[in-house]
Design a protein around this ligand. Structure first.
Ligand code: A3P
Length: 322
């Protein structure tokens, strides 16, 4: 279950004035500047906006929750640290074998700025890797003003709903019972989902990637699943660390993908038994099926129709499709 978080008076004053809805696990969601933030993370959102100082060499992974954040964190870590930590199967000392990727790539709202103390990040060696579920509009100003690279990962909303349904039921206190898929579905469709509305979240980054392709990289979970090698190479180019011909010959791309595969990561001891230090969430909760298209086994035809209609309406004219 989730650990409780102590909120500052300032945060309590702010949320008392915001529109509020019940969250799926515990606590509430608060609508702040158009987006719904969970009670337990809103303090981290505000503190990161106030205190985070971006450096030009920083890399920020931004995601919608349940889009494969855990996976892309692992890939980014393995990619940018590949000279220091060889991703080949012989290297039994790779940090990803003994650490969950959330510990290696800390998140603004659920790790770095989660508790009241403001972290000192100046000693982190570049390139610093961070993550956030913040919408583009809410990113710290220094991120937008620096040359910091933003990698944005999203996913088909149908699979997000299914993943969110399983995840939130797993984390809910047993005494509260479970949420039905219908409840989670309707809540998501109303835009009331963590860091949602989903469509506004993706649209913001989609536009950002069109306006500033050199600083915002936009990728879908499904694309990464389908052509992982292609997109990993694109990502390396975007981050300014393309694979050399020697690395290509040594199979470094495949080694990174194998190291970060669902099969490999989900079977490691650290991911079967460990917990996140700040929030107490079990690592295993981040590994379920790891596939695209599970929605076909769960959503009704009516749900699919309703969701497709909303997606089409909200993303109309943007060029973005799911
Ligand atoms: P499913 O619930 O559909 O299986 P997040 O990390 O953003 O919370 O997203 C969790 C989703 O990513 C879960 O989806 C999880 O199984 C999937 N996932 C975790 N690790 C993965 C990996 N290495 N490869 C592919 N998918 C992965």
């Amino acid at each position: 279950y989730l650990q409780e978080i102590e909120l500052s008076q300032e945060t309590r004053d702010l949320i008392s004035k915001l529109p509020t809805e019940k969250a799926l696990i515990s606590g509430n969601l608060h609508q702040y500047k158009g987006f719904w933030f969970p009670t337990r993370y809103i303090q981290g959102v505000l503190a990161s906006q106030k205190h985070f100082q971006a450096q030009d060499t920083d890399i920020l992974l931004a995601t919608t929750p349940k889009s494969g954040t855990t996976w892309l964190k692992a890939i980014l870590f393995a990619l940018v640290n590949r000279v220091h930590y060889h991703p080949d199967p012989q290297n039994q000392d790779h940090p990803l074998l003994t650490n969950n990727s959330h510990a290696l790539v800390p998140s603004f709202e659920s790790n770095l700025y989660f508790k009241k103390q403001i972290p000192d990040l100046t000693s982190y060696a570049p390139p610093r890797l961070f993550s956030a579920h913040l919408p583009l509009e809410s990113l710290p100003q220094s991120v937008k003003e620096s040359a910091c690279k933003v990698v944005y990962l999203c996913r088909n909303p149908k699979d997000i709903i299914v993943s969110l349904w399983h995840y939130t039921n797993r984390l809910r206190h047993r005494s509260m019972g479970t949420n039905s898929l219908e409840e989670v579905f309707q809540y998501f469709c109303r835009g009331v989902s963590p860091f949602g509305p989903f469509w506004d979240h993706v649209s913001g980054y989609w536009k950002g990637s069109l306006e500033r392709p050199e600083t915002v990289f936009f990728i879908k979970y499904e694309e990464m699943k389908e052509q992982p090698g292609l997109h990993l190479r694109r990502l390396a180019e975007f981050l300014g660390c393309p694979f050399s011909p020697e690395e290509e010959a040594q199979g470094v791309v495949d080694n990174i993908l194998r190291l970060c595969s669902f099969e490999n990561l989900s079977n490691l001891d650290v991911n079967k038994t460990g917990k996140l230090s700040k929030t107490g969430v079990e690592h295993s909760a981040f590994f379920r099926r790891g596939e695209a298209g599970d929605w076909r086994n769960c959503l009704t035809a009516e749900m699919v129709e309703q969701l497709d209609r909303i997606t089409e309406e909200k993303l109309q004219g943007s060029g973005l499709k799911f």
